[in-house]
Design a protein around this ligand. Sequence first.
Ligand SMILES: *[C@@H]1O[C@H](CO)[C@@H](O)[C@H](O)[C@H]1NC(C)=O
Ligand SMILES: *[C@@H]1O[C@H](CO)[C@@H](O)[C@H](O)[C@H]1NC(C)=O
Length: 274
Amino acid sequence: MALKTSSPLVLMAILLISSIATTTHAFNITRLLDGFPEFSSFNGYLTQTELFRQINHRKTITVLAVDNDAIGALSGRPLDAIQRILSNHVILDYYDQIKLEGLKRRSTIVTTMFQATGIAQQMQGFLNVSKTDGNIYFGSAMKGASQDSKLVKYVAAQPFDISIIQISSPIIAPGIDVTNPDLVRPPPPPPKKSPAGSKSPAEAPVADAPMAKDPFVAPVADAPVADGPAADAPGKSSPEPVAADTVTPSSGTRAFLSTGVAVVMVLIMSLLSA
Ligand SMILES: *[C@@H]1O[C@H](CO)[C@@H](O)[C@H](O)[C@H]1NC(C)=O
Ligand SMILES: *[C@@H]1O[C@H](CO)[C@@H](O)[C@H](O)[C@H]1NC(C)=O
């Protein structure tokens, strides 16, 4: 068999590849951005929100960074809202200049780390990458969201692990900055006590108007409710563990699988050459 003569080489190659697969995806987003003082605020937010941990756990990602001037659009927002917004700036795929300029379609939908949290509503966890007049724009894939954050420059890349791209303004998906328990739990059933509609005219418009127009507008309209500490807690605590759960096992599983595959191959090869 041809396999017999080449099997030691094949074995070595398999072992080498599997050991590389378990060790390569190492990057440190904090250190990468440290080299660019114009992104120090963005970098600071990644540290404060602890998003850097999730980012460093990933492989094959693209980080959309905004500079210290543009990030002002986020100031004054609660940290958990900033966390959700910035997790939507991490695309779960590698896009560098070659790949973006090579995109054939006028617009492409990409998945972000916010989608992996499990709390994204509708298309909140996706971005729309579009090309107009030779420029590349990024925007939320939510219906009607503005598509005006322009690609400024390619900042850094470690093919094909991480690419950092500067965009002109933060992308804020409609509803993403609102801390609302409705985002993680199904909305409560409608009140039973107002069948005639005449009972509480003051209540009716608040509860009904946003729901009737667009189910997604509801969380925005409910904002005052979400300001309370009770509403704050679930929003603050849940994204982190959910995201950690989706990240850690997947890379652990990947390493485990590649080691397992290598072991099985070794067994097969030794059986073949015996
Ligand atoms: C990542 O880089 C930052 C800044 O250089 C450093 O403080 C931190 O310890 C690094 N983390 C790891 C895991 O190496
Ligand atoms: C993506 O953006 C382009 C350009 O603004 C727009 O034509 C297209 O409808 C958008 N697609 C989605 C799904 O939002």
